[in-house]
Design a protein around this ligand. Structure first.
Ligand SMILES: [Zn+2]
Length: 100
């Protein structure tokens, strides 16, 4: 099941609340070689190709980006948050990598 734009943005707001981070803007656009990016001030950009992915994978991308508002790198703390919010995040990440 893929997602529509409203659902995608809705999922971002829900996860932002759950994780306790502030997202200021959500942008959707075509991106090369990456699914999303986020700035330290909470400006989230999502690849429009996410709309064609299964919901479990878009959810992984959203959580990954939002956790970056807590931890800027992909170190141990980052992985700890990922495991707390999405226990199967590594499996989702592997599935996603096979698609790009
Ligand atoms: Zn990252």
């Amino acid at each position: 099941m893929s997602t529509n734009k409203a659902d995608l943005k809705g999922a971002v707001w829900q996860w932002a609340e759950r994780i306790g981070v502030k997202v200021r803007e959500i942008h959707l656009r075509q991106m090369q070689r990456k699914w999303a990016s986020i700035s330290t001030n909470g400006r989230l950009t999502l690849n429009t190709d996410l709309l064609n992915l299964p919901e479990t994978l878009t959810e992984f991308v959203i959580v990954h980006e939002l956790v970056h508002l807590l931890v800027p790198n992909h170190g141990k703390l980052f992985k700890g948050y990922m495991s707390a919010y999405l226990p199967d995040w590594e499996e989702r990440q592997n599935r996603l990598k096979s698609l790009l």
